[in-house]
Write a protein that binds this ligand. Structure first.
Ligand code: DX5
Ligand code: ZN
Length: 229
């Protein structure tokens, strides 16, 4: 029998209206978002720039939400302390960027934040096996990082399933990229317990309704239960 799991939804602000960021965040916070996903890009590890330390600090002043910080940057160790100071709740780095992941995990944990490791669609599950037991979050990319609004890569589902079997229930298995109401149940069926969604929430005229729809799709919860929650 399938065991019911709590599925966390973490809206990514990458597709939000940055001119009204606090308002957009307040909307998803009121709608029951479980965390806020912050995509940090350096124009080097990924071919795009996004937000940095001052934006994280500014967001911290305007929300109670847990700040799930995804560093798509070449030198995560150098900048992790600044993001921790800015109020990140977790700091996730890419396995492709480091030679000594265990050392970086210890270094990030010493900053008093949760630690995550991420892997690109082209990186095999084996690349994170040695560090899996030491992290709080495993972030599986289901698009090539750098841009919101891309299509979910179905070929990553098998990797999610392989890694899910090796994780403890309290660890976040977070799936990032192309999550929609169609793909959310497939990611959850593969073992995800946390879903990042950017364009599927902020790319719609009603982000709160979109978040509710994603949660319904991910959990199969009836509409009525959610409205009274
Ligand atoms: C991509 C980012 C994602 C992105 C998700 O590089 O890591 O978090 O914002 O956006 P959607 O949900 O539109 O794929
Ligand atoms: Zn992300």
């Amino acid at each position: 029998m399938e065991v019911a799991r709590t599925i966390r939804i973490a809206p990514s602000v990458l597709d939000a209206d940055f001119g009204r960021l606090a308002e957009q965040i307040a909307t998803v916070e009121a709608a029951g978002a479980d965390a806020l996903h912050l995509d940090v890009m350096d124009g080097h590890f990924v071919p795009n720039l996004s937000l940095g330390v001052p934006v994280v600090a500014g967001i911290r002043r305007h929300t109670q939400l847990f700040l799930d910080t995804h560093l798509m940057i070449t030198d995560p160790g150098k900048y992790a302390p600044a993001f921790a100071d800015a109020g990140a709740g977790s700091i996730t780095f890419h396995i492709e960027t480091v030679d000594q992941p265990r050392q970086l995990i210890r270094q990030i944990r010493a900053l008093g934040v949760k630690v995550g490791v991420s892997l690109n669609p082209g990186t095999p599950a084996e690349a994170v096996l040695d560090v899996l037991e030491h992290v709080d979050i495993l972030l599986v990319m289901t698009v090539w990082p750098g841009f919101g609004g891309q299509r979910f890569m179905g070929e990553c589902l098998e990797k999610i399933a392989v890694l899910a079997k090796r994780m403890r229930p309290e660890q976040w298995l977070e799936v990032d990229g192309g999550i929609t109401v169609e793909m959310a149940p497939r990611a959850v069926a593969a073992g995800a317990n946390t879903l990042v969604a950017g364009s599927a929430i902020f790319g719609t005229p009603d982000p709160a309704a979109a978040l509710h729809a994603l949660r319904r799709a991910a959990t199969g919860a009836p509409r009525k239960a959610e409205q009274t929650a």
